[in-house]
Ligand binder design. Structure first.
Ligand SMILES: [Zn+2]
Ligand SMILES: [Zn+2]
Length: 136
C-alpha cells in the first residue's frame, strides 16, 4: 500500500459520516498537498469494489460514500444546507425486508431517506415553506 493510499483509506474510515469525493479530497489535501483529485476518486472506487463502502446518492444527486460496516441507517437530508443526518433504521429495514419477502421480491438493498429542513435552517428563516408563508 502506498503512503497516499493509506492516507486516503485512513481518512475515509475515520470519518463518522459519508463523504463526497470533494469532501474527502479537501481532507487529505490538508495533510498531503501532492494528492490529486483522481487519486482520491480512484481509491474511493476501490474501497467500494472490495465491499467496504457503497455509493449513495442522497437528495441533491451528489454521490457520497458510505461505510458498509455500520448498522442499517436512514438519511435525513436538509434541502437548505444540504446536511445529511443519519438515524438508526434497524426497525424500518426490518419491515422493508419482511415486505419484500411477503411480495416474493428479491431484496437487493434499501434506501431510507427523509427530505426536509433542519432546525438551524428553520431558525435562520431560510425555509421556503409555502405553508408558513400563507399563514403570515
Ligand atoms: Zn449513511
Ligand atoms: Zn439545514
Amino acid at each position: 500500500m502506498t503512503p497516499q493510499r493509506e492516507l486516503i483509506f485512513r481518512s475515509f474510515f475515520e470519518m463518522d459520516k459519508h463523504v463526497s469525493v470533494d469532501e474527502l479530497y479537501e481532507i487529505v489535501r490538508s495533510i498531503d498537498r501532492s494528492i490529486g483529485y483522481s487519486t482520491v476518486w480512484r481509491n474511493l472506487k476501490l474501497i467500494c469494489r472490495v465491499g467496504l463502502a457503497q455509493e449513495v446518492s442522497i437528495g441533491d444527486g451528489i454521490t457520497r460514500y458510505d461505510r458498509l460496516t455500520r448498522i442499517p441507517h436512514g438519511h435525513l437530508f436538509c434541502l437548505g444546507c444540504k446536511k445529511v443526518v443519519e438515524f438508526n433504521a434497524d426497525q424500518i429495514v426490518g419491515v422493508l425486508a419482511q415486505t419484500a419477502i411477503e411480495n416474493d421480491f428479491t431484496n437487493k438493498g434499501f434506501k431510507v431517506e427523509v427530505q426536509g429542513f433542519c432546525g438551524e435552517c428553520r431558525a435562520k428563516g431560510s425555509v421556503d415553506s409555502s405553508e408558513t408563508e400563507s399563514v403570515s
